[in-house]
Design a protein around this ligand. Structure first.
Ligand code: SF4
Length: 338
């Protein structure tokens, strides 16, 4: 037991994201710029994002395509380096300069489940080799028989038959392939899993089964999830806390129940409005027209101002600060005005 737990304090977060920023350089090569004219072009995909995830929680990041959620997912697992800010897991910076041994131990504890189970499994490998690979890569079970037994255990854990290990990925349905991907992710005994749209490539009838499996595994193994999705109905099913992203900025963060029953930011209300099967407990639905702007040239001030029905003159020039409102955090001038 930690000192904090002994003193009755909540455990420190497992994952801390601070001032996270990622800029992509989209400029043409220097020679083309000299010959054709034109300057450098950059895209700020993630712009100063902060949040933390406690052990055993599911933190969901939602937003439209281009909001920066997948870029955050890649930085959280170390596939992409931040331009500024950090992601720390158990106090260790994912992109930092910890010793090779510490980095290796940390990598074992972080896994990712991708959107497309068809693309994420090697079609030429049998399933047992796919699931066994992380166990070998991290040198966890040197004995081949023990490894085979562990692969069988992992396949059972995700609801497959241990004999399925002899088959190839193409012999399975989409939902079963995602189960194989989950078994592979669990093979290195992670405590933090980034789920990047894990059910959006699956039939609706199969989605609930995979989401239920992820929840069962969380309860059983004490897993912590960062769950990336554009689908609020899915997020409502799995999340403990939710962060809403708009053009690279977190515009609202709140406990899931509160976000769905009392959305604060106009953009969150617009997202909820677009999901007909989500009850808003008698609240008037808000319809906002317009498309997400080009992230290369986002609107100044509050990025949401061209689509917002409550826009005020200073929304177009002043970036709204992040304000605490009870258990929620909101980035909107309306809340500064009370
Ligand atoms: Fe709307 Fe202004 Fe709030 Fe942005 S800051 S969401 S434009 S009211």
């Amino acid at each position: 037991m930690t000192d904090a737990a002994r003193n009755g304090e909540p455990a420190p977060p497992l994952v801390e994201v601070k001032g996270l920023r990622r800029v992509f350089d989209l400029s043409k090569p220097l020679l083309n710029r000299l010959l054709e004219g034109g300057g450098r072009v950059s895209l700020t995909a993630v712009d100063g994002v902060d949040f933390s995830i406690r052990r055993g929680e599911t933190f969901a990041l939602v937003g439209e395509s281009g909001s920066g959620k997948s870029t955050i997912a890649k930085m959280a697992v170390g596939l992409l380096r931040p331009s500024a800010g950090s992601v720390t897991i158990d106090g260790i910076d994912v992109a930092g300069k910890a010793s090779a041994d510490t980095q290796r131990r940390m990598r074992r504890r972080i896994q990712m489940i991708f959107q497309d189970p068809y693309a994420s499994l090697n079609p030429r490998w049998r399933v047992h080799a796919i699931v066994e690979e992380p166990i070998k890569a991290f040198g966890m079970l040197p004995d081949a028989k023990e490894r085979a037994a562990r692969v069988g255990e992992l396949l059972s854990l995700v609801g497959l038959d241990p004999r399925d290990g002899q088959k190839f990925p193409h012999e399975f349905s989409g939902g079963q392939r995602q189960r194989i991907a989950i078994a592979r992710a669990l093979a290195s005994e992670p405590n933090f899993i980034v789920c990047d749209e894990p059910t959006s490539a699956l039939d609706v009838s199969v989605q609930a089964q995979v989401l239920n499996l992820l929840r069962e595994l969380q309860d059983r193994l004490g897993l912590t999830y960062l769950f990336i999705s554009h689908n609020l109905a899915v997020v409502r099913h799995v999340a403990t806390r939710v962060g809403v992203l708009y053009l690279g900025r977190l515009v609202e963060e709140a406990p899931a129940r509160e976000l769905f029953s009392d959305p604060k930011h106009p953009y969150t209300r617009m997202l909820l409005d677009a999901v007909p099967d989500i009850e808003m407990e008698g609240k008037e639905r808000l319809t906002i027209a317009g498309e997400i702007p080009n992230p290369v040239n986002p609107p100044s001030g509050c990025h949401f101002n061209p689509r917002c029905p409550f826009v005020m003159p200073h929304c177009k020039t002043v970036v709204p600060p992040v304000l605490d409102r009870g258990n929620a955090r909101v980035r909107c001038h309306l809340f500064a005005e009370g």
